[in-house]
Ligand binder design. Structure first.
Ligand SMILES: Nc1ncnc2c1ncn2[C@@H]1O[C@H](COP(=O)(O)OP(=O)(O)OP(=O)(O)O)[C@@H](O)[C@H]1O
Length: 764
C-alpha cells in the first residue's frame, strides 16, 4: 500500500514536471505568435492548453469567428484590450479563453483565491457567460462562481473565498468587496467587463469605480461590447494601460458599414400610436410559425400586452420577461424561450443585450428604443453567428423622421413596410370588453398607459420623442380604456397647478353627480352614450379609485412613476368650465336625488342642540346664568382674568400637543420620503437591466442554483440525487490512477447543475 502510494507520488511528480514543461512551451508559443502575420483560423492553431481545446471541441467550437481571431492572440500576450464586435459574433469566447488560459499558465488552484473577475450588467448575461465558461472549462482545474444578488452575503462568504473565476453583476460584487472579510482581490490577474459601455452607463459608473479601486493595478483588463457609446476617455477610467483596440474601428466608424449583422434583414413601419396594438396583434397572428421577441418600453407595458394578448389567444404560445419578475421566473422563461421553436416573448430591454437565444426569427421593436445603440443590441438577438434573422421596428409618425435619421448616421437603413388593409383588424372592442370584465386588467392598462407616457416624457432625445404630440386620449382608448388617466407631472407650470387646485371643488361636483350607488357617472357633453358605455365608466371609476387610494395612502409605497407623476384623477374627461360652480344635476335620477336630499333637510327645520343634566333634565347648550350666582363668584374683572388665564394654559397645552403631533408627522413624512427614494433607486437599478440589487444569489458549490434563489436559509437546500460521471478518457473506476479522474457530481441538466459541476475541482 505504502509502495503504491510512493509510486503514485512519483508519478505525480513526473506529471507535474511535464506540466511545467508544457506550460513553458505554451508561454514560448504565445511569445512567438505574431499577431500581425499569423493567420490562425481554428482554435487548435492557437497557443492554448489541451484542456481548453478539449472543452472547446466537445462544445463544437472549432473555427474561430473574426473577433476571436483578432482578439484572443492579443489577450493571450497579456495586453489590456478594448474590443468591439457586432452582436452575435462570439465575444464571450473571445474573453473567456484568455481568462481560462491565464489561470492555467499560472497553475492556479483553489488556494490561490480569486484570479479573474468578469462583470456583466445583467443577471441573465452573467448566467449565460457562466454556462459557456462551464462548457469550455470542464477540463480545467479551478473553480468558478456566479454572484448575482439575492442570497445573504454571509451565506456566500465561505464559498466565495474558494472561487477562482467570479462572474457577477456590479452591485453584488461591490457588496462582497465591502464586507470586512469579503472578496480578496489582492491576487487578481484579470478583469473583464462584458457590455462595457453598458457597464459604464449611468448608475454603474460609481459602482465600477469603487470595484476598480479595490483591484490590484497590475491586472490585465479586457473590455468588450457590441457598441461603444461611451468615449474612450470613459473607458480609460478603468485604468486600461497601454491597451490594444480590436474591432472598434468597425463599430465606431459608420463609413465601414452598419454595426448590425449582414445576415439581418431590417424593416420598419409607420404606425400611429393608437394603432400599435392592432398591428402587433395582427403581426403575431400572421407569424405563428416563428420565434420572436417583442420589445416594449416598460415592465408594465410588457405585463399588460402579455396578459391581454394571452386572453385573445393569437394561436402561438406567449411568454413575458421583465426586470420586475422574480429571478426564478426570469430564469425559467429564458430557459423555456431558448428551447421553444415557435413562440413570442414580450420583453423589456433586460434581455436586449448579450443574451444568446438560439434561432430567433424576428425581433419586433413595438416601442421605439431610446437610442441607436439599444436598437443595435435589440435586433442583435437574432441573426447571430452568421444565421439569418429579421427585424421590424414600429415608429409613430412623430418618431419616424428623427429616428430614421439617427439610424442612417450609423449606416442602418431599414426597409419601409406597409400593412395590407385586409390584414388589419382592430382589437379595440376585444380589449374594451376584456378590461370591462376584469378590473385587474383594467388597472394594468392604466399602469401601462402611465408608464408609456412617462417613458416618452423622460427620453432625452426630444427630437424623436415628442411628449407634447402624444395622442393620449386615442392611445388610452386603444388599450381598451375609456379615456386617458390624467397624469400630473412634477414641475408643472403655475397655471397648470392653479388648474389642479381648481379641481379641489371636485368633491362637490362629484356629490351632485353621484348615482344611487355613490359612484360618479362622468358626463360627456352632447355625446350619445350607450348603457354599456355608462356601465364601463362606472366600473372604471371604482377600479382605479381603489388603487388610487392605495397609492395616495402611502407615498412611500408608490412605485417609480409617483416620483414625478401621479394619477391625479380617475374619471377621464373633465370639463374645466364646470368645475367650481354649483352644478345642477342633469340626469333625472340625480335631480330627483338632489331634490329629495334638499327636501328632507328642509322638512326637518333647524335643529336645536340640547344637553342633559344628571337627573335627566334637558337644557339648551348655552343658558344664561342668574346675576346673583354670577356675583357670588367674585367681581367681573377677576372672573375675566381667571377665565383668560385658564384658557391660556389650556391653549398652551393644546399648542404643545399639536406641535408634538406635527413634529411626529413631519418625521413620518420624511421617513416615507426617504423610503420612497430608496425604493425608487432600487427599482431603477432593478429595471432596465440594472439588476445587481435584486434578491438573487448563486454561488458555486451550493449545489443547486434554484434552491439558492428560492430558499432563505441554508437548511432549506435539499440533498440531490448524485450520479457518477467519469472523465471521458477513463472508462473504469477500478484502478487507482483512474479513480483520481472520477468526479462524483449531479447530472448536469440545468444551469444549477452546471454550476455545481464547476464547483468541483476537475482534473485537467
Ligand atoms: N467559434 C465559434 N464556433 C461556433 N459557434 C460560435 C463560435 N463563437 C461563438 N459561437 C456561437 O455564436 C453565438 C453568439 O456568440 P456570443 O453570445 O458570444 O456573441 P456576442 O458577440 O457576445 O453577442 P452580443 O453582442 O449579442 O453579446 C453563440 O451561440 C455562440 O455559441
Amino acid at each position: 500500500m505504502a509502495k503504491k502510494h510512493k509510486l503514485s507520488t512519483v508519478a505525480r511528480k513526473v506529471l507535474r514536471e511535464k506540466e511545467d514543461q508544457y506550460i513553458q512551451e505554451l508561454a514560448n508559443r504565445i511569445e512567438e505568435y505574431d499577431t500581425k502575420t499569423s493567420k490562425a483560423t481554428t482554435f487548435r492553431e492557437l497557443p492554448i492548453s489541451e484542456a481548453t481545446l478539449k472543452g472547446l471541441r466537445e462544445s463544437a467550437f472549432v473555427k474561430m469567428t473574426e473577433i476571436q481571431k483578432e482578439s484572443i492572440p492579443v489577450s493571450l500576450k497579456g495586453h489590456d484590450m478594448l474590443a468591439a464586435a457586432k452582436t452575435g459574433s462570439g465575444k464571450t469566447l473571445a474573453f473567456l479563453i484568455p481568462v481560462v488560459e491565464k489561470l492555467y499558465r499560472e497553475k492556479w488552484t483553489e488556494f490561490d483565491g480569486l484570479g479573474a473577475l468578469i462583470i456583466s450588467p445583467t443577471r441573465e448575461l452573467a448566467m449565460q457567460i457562466y454556462e459557456v465558461l462551464v462548457k469550455i472549462g470542464r477540463h480545467s482545474s479551478f473553480s468558478a462562481g456566479l454572484v448575482i444578488g439575492g442570497k445573504d452575503v454571509k451565506f456566500e462568504l465561505e464559498r466565495i473565498s474558494r472561487i477562482n473565476i467570479l462572474i457577477g453583476t456590479p452591485g453584488r460584487i461591490l457588496q462582497h468587496m465591502d464586507q470586512a472579510v469579503g472578496l480578496n482581490t489582492s491576487n487578481l490577474q484579470m478583469l473583464v467587463l462584458d457590455e462595457a459601455d453598458r457597464c459604464l452607463d449611468m448608475g454603474f459608473k460609481k459602482t465600477l469605480d469603487a470595484i476598480v479601486n479595490n483591484l490590484p493595478p497590475s491586472r490585465q483588463t479586457l473590455l468588450f461590447s457590441a457598441t461603444q457609446s461611451q468615449s474612450i476617455a470613459d473607458l480609460a477610467r478603468l485604468s486600461l494601460t497601454d491597451y490594444k483596440s480590436v474591432g472598434t474601428a468597425d463599430i465606431l466608424n459608420p463609413a465601414d458599414g452598419p454595426a448590425t449583422p449582414e445576415t439581418l434583414q431590417q424593416s420598419y413601419i409607420t404606425v400611429p400610436l393608437p394603432d400599435k396594438l392592432d398591428i402587433l396583434f395582427s403581426f403575431i397572428k400572421t407569424h405563428l410559425k416563428t420565434k420572436m421577441i417583442v420589445f416594449l418600453s416598460s415592465s408594465k407595458q410588457v405585463h399588460f400586452v402579455y396578459e391581454t394578448f394571452r386572453k385573445m389567444q393569437p394561436g402561438i404560445s406567449l411568454m413575458h420577461l421583465h426586470g420586475r419578475q422574480k429571478q426564478t421566473a426570469r430564469t425559467e422563461t429564458l430557459d423555456k424561450f431558448s428551447r421553444a421553436q415557435h413562440t413570442c416573448l414580450f420583453a423589456t430591454d433586460v434581455v436586449a443585450r448579450g443574451i444568446d437565444f438560439p434561432a430567433v426569427d424576428w425581433v419586433i421593436q413595438a416601442d421605439c428604443p431610446e437610442d441607436v445603440d439599444t436598437y443595435i443590441h435589440r435586433v442583435g438577438r437574432c441573426a447571430r453567428y452568421g444565421k439569418n434573422g429579421k427585424s421590424l421596428i414600429m415608429l409613430t409618425p412623430q418618431e419616424e423622421e428623427g429616428f430614421l435619421k439617427r439610424l442612417e448616421r450609423r449606416k442602418i437603413e431599414p426597409n419601409k413596410l406597409t400593412i395590407k388593409q385586409s390584414k388589419r383588424k382592430s382589437i379595440k372592442p376585444q380589449l374594451q370588453s376584456l378590461l370591462f370584465k376584469d378590473p385587474e386588467l383594467k388597472y394594468l392598462g392604466q399602469k401601462a398607459f402611465i408608464s408609456y407616457v412617462r417613458s416618452i416624457y423622460i427620453q432625452k432625445d426630444k427630437e424623436v420623442f415628442k411628449f407634447d404630440e402624444l395622442p393620449t386620449e386615442e392611445f388610452a382608448n386603444s388599450l381598451g380604456l375609456p379615456g386617458a388617466p390624467k397624469i400630473k407631472i412634477k414641475g408643472m407650470k403655475a397655471a397648470e397647478k392653479a388648474k389642479e387646485l381648481k379641481n379641489t371643488s371636485r368633491q362637490l361636483l362629484s356629490l351632485s353627480k353621484a348615482n344611487e350607488d355613490g359612484e360618479i357617472v362622468k358626463q360627456k357633453a352632447k355625446e350619445v352614450r350607450t348603457k354599456i358605455d355608462k356601465m364601463f365608466d362606472r366600473r372604471n371609476q371604482t377600479v382605479l379609485s381603489e388603487h388610487y387610494l392605495n397609492i395616495t395612502k402611502a407615498q412611500a409605497e408608490a412605485d417609480e412613476e409617483d416620483d414625478f407623476m401621479t394619477v391625479k384623477r380617475t374619471d377621464h374627461i373633465l370639463n374645466e368650465d364646470e368645475l367650481p360652480q354649483l352644478i345642477a344635476p342633469t340626469s333625472k335620477r340625480a335631480q330627483k336625488k338632489a331634490l329629495s336630499k334638499k327636501a328632507s333637510l328642509s322638512s326637518k327645520g333647524n335643529a336645536t342642540k340640547l344637553k342633559f343634566d344628571e337627573e335627566g333634565h334637558a337644557h339648551p347648550v348655552y343658558e344664561l346664568e342668574g346675576e346673583e350666582e354670577f356675583e357670588k363668584r367674585g367681581d367681573a374683572e377677576s372672573q375675566k382674568r381667571d377665565y383668560l388665564s385658564k384658557e391660556t394654559q389650556l391653549m398652551t397645552k393644546v399648542d404643545e400637543d399639536d406641535k408634538l403631533i406635527a413634529k411626529e408627522k413631519r418625521q413620518e413624512k420624511k421617513r416615507k420620503r426617504l423610503e420612497a427614494i430608496r425604493r425608487e433607486m432600487e427599482a431603477a437599478m432593478e429595471d432596465d437591466s440594472n439588476d445587481e440589487e435584486g434578491p438573487m444569489v448563486a454561488t458555486l458549490g451550493t449545489g443547486n442554483l434554484s434552491d439558492d434563489m428560492e430558499s432563505d436559509s441554508e437548511s432549506e437546500i435539499q440533498p440531490r440525487k448524485r450520479t457518477r460521471f467519469a472523465d471521458s478518457d477513463s472508462d473504469s473506476d477500478s484502478d487507482d490512477d483512474n479513480k483520481q479522474q472520477i468526479i462524483e457530481m449531479a447530472a448536469p441538466e440545468t444551469i444549477e447543475d452546471l454550476e455545481s459541476l464547476t464547483s468541483k475541482l476537475l482534473s485537467g
